[in-house]
Design a protein around this ligand. Structure first.
Ligand code: DGL
Length: 279
């Protein structure tokens, strides 16, 4: 297949961390980045609301985009809705799920933390990954209520305090008589957006695991390698479902990532009330 179209999907800007690796792995691909900012953050939805919402968004957008492959660059949507999406739509999907297996492979202290949205960490899917791949580890599940929204604000160019970020990651750092946490799996694609700040705020150094490179490898497994020597495309599109204007800082971030123009394709929701501000 030549020059495939890849749809990279998230509730907001977190999927940009996956987009960067996918775009590097298949520089010839036409990429459409979809941010379902109408109902962000997904972490506060019930499973039923989330499945209903993502199904509605894909029903609306797939005929417009006609992707060859869809990357769900969102742990919350993948752990809750991936099975339903695969059942409903014929397009191939690649999901993003908590990197428990690489975390268990990397830890020396056998103490790992899984940092995700409250939605992701309460899923049976996550519990099963831990049973299957980390049964010999002490695993601390941390559902960070505000960290995805703080990462979004950071990307929009707003001030986000160190204290707010530190409070979100504090429960990941566990110390007992036998040792302390040495690996944190970043189980929300928003968190690598602020990784350098999280590293600086950590009470002690740990290995942070970002699943994005593994997702890009899976994309190449499914679509094949890009033809040798193709130049990177810069005509990607970012599509936002809420209809809000982008800040100049965000427009710049998107353009730097080859996602310009940014367009708005409103997909209104009756499912959820207005998002409470994180401030
Ligand atoms: N980026 C998302 C994830 O990987 C979700 C953030 C949210 O909408 O709560 O889980």
């Amino acid at each position: 297949m030549n020059a495939p179209t890849i749809l990279v999907f998230d509730s907001g800007l977190g999927g940009l961390t996956v987009h960067a690796h996918v775009a590097r792995a298949r520089p010839d691909a036409r990429i459409v980045y979809v941010a379902d900012d109408e109902v962000f953050p997904y972490g506060r939805l019930t499973n039923g609301e989330l499945i209903e919402r993502v199904t509605a968004v894909f029903s609306r957008l797939l005929p417009l985009i006609e992707p060859d492959l869809i990357v769900i660059a969102c742990n919350t949507a993948s752990t809750i809705a991936l099975a339903a999406l695969r059942e409903r739509f014929a397009t191939s999907f690649v999901g993003t799920v908590p990197a428990v297996k690489p975390a268990a492979a990397a830890t020396r202290s056998r103490r790992i933390s899984v940092l995700g949205t409250p939605g992701t960490v309460r899923q049976e899917y996550t519990a099963e990954l831990i049973r299957n791949f980390a049964s010999d580890c002490r695993v601390t599940l941390v559902g960070a209520p505000r960290l995805a929204a703080l990462a979004e604000a950071h990307m929009r160019g707003e001030a986000v305090s160190d204290d707010d970020l530190a409070a979100e990651i504090a429960p990941c750092f566990v110390e007992d008589e036998g040792g302390r946490t040495d690996v944190v799996a970043l189980a929300c694609t928003h968190y690598p957006l602020v990784l350098s700040r999280l590293e600086a705020l950590a009470p002690w150094p740990v290995t942070w695991i970002d699943p994005a490179p593994a997702i890009a490898r899976r994309v190449v497994q499914l679509l094949g390698e890009a033809p040798a020597g193709v130049p990177a495309r810069t005509d990607g599109t970012a599509l936002f479902t809420a209809g809000r204007a982008l800040t100049p800082a965000l427009a710049t971030v998107l353009a730097e990532r080859g996602l310009s123009p940014a367009v708005v394709e409103p997909v209104p929701s009756r499912l959820t009330p207005a998002v409470p501000s994180f401030k």
